[in-house]
Design a protein around this ligand. Sequence first.
Ligand SMILES: *Cc1c(COP(=O)(O)O)cnc(C)c1O
Length: 373
Amino acid sequence: MDLRKRTWAEVSLENIAHNYRAIRAAIPEGCKFLGVVKADAYGHGAVAVSRRLEALGADYLAVSCLDEAVELRKANIGLPILILGHTPREFVSELIDLDLTQTVTCEAKAIEYSQEAVKLGKPLRVHIKVDTGMSRLGFLTAGPHYDQGIENIVSACRQKNLVPEGIYTHFAVSDEPGEEAERFTRGQFALFLSVIDSLKKAGISFEIRHCANSGAVVHYKETCLDMVRPGILLYGYEGGGALDLRPCMRLMTHVSTIKYIDAGLPVSYGGTYVTGRRTRMGVIPIGYADGLLRSLSNRCAFITADGPAPQRGRVCMDMCMIDLTDLPGVNLESLIEIFGPRQPADVLARAAGTISYELLCAVSKRVPRVYID
Ligand SMILES: *Cc1c(COP(=O)(O)O)cnc(C)c1O
């Protein structure tokens, strides 16, 4: 079957390369580059993206969980891989055998990982995660937690058979405008530096200190330290115009049916749209099971060769309708860009009240990825 018969996602590896170079040019020389390829590289295909990043000279990759790392190792990706999330102790032997780097988020986890590594008689490489204000994963260090936090990190780093290669933290609002966000981010960074300093005084230092996510790479250059950790920038979004990024995914479909509907008729489930005139209505084979958010219903347009076609009625599981009345040149089989270079995903994201990340990750398994090189 021709993959393009229904709905597909073109992924430009050239644009991944372009964005990689644009980010490299924006960070200090000698700074390591970790490409975040969790969630199947934000929907772009983790194996293809990781292969390209490896060829381009990236230093590290990050995924969310063990299964994502296994997929990359099976595809012969040799770069160091950091697992950002939790791995149960039962899988420490897999971490070690696949030469993966595990995040350690608290003292209890460090003890568990150490016990398993000791049993196996092998070292496990780890990065210490510090919570400096995100209030998610990591050793608590803010305010009254500081001394206890340092003590716990020291203890974690001294556990047998753990090799603490890195330390990192994560910013909560580095991509948000305004003085308050700036104060918060600078506060997180200052706390992180202070934690590193206190650990140094306790005789513990790290080869790789990292904290800069995409927002920080764009807005807080001083946070690059030894390595940056961008995700969304690689895929072409949230660069704030400063980086000349290119969207890497183009979600495409085509017109499968066209019919004329009289004025005054309800369209799709719930009849939320009623035709105001005799309407030339197109049906396109993409719905929320493909990742087209139902919350976009009646709130967006998709791009034809002759301009935008307004979407009408509720988005269904497998299809939805577009108004072609004013686009007589659009016919059966005509191509439709849902998002991509002509309509960046963040335009649709705003209409849905969400962020570009969610739209990219939502593109489902049913949608074949077609790599353009
Ligand atoms: C997802 C993630 C990133 C990348 O975030 P972007 O905003 O896409 O750059 C970096 N670090 C951690 C810990 C993450 O979970």
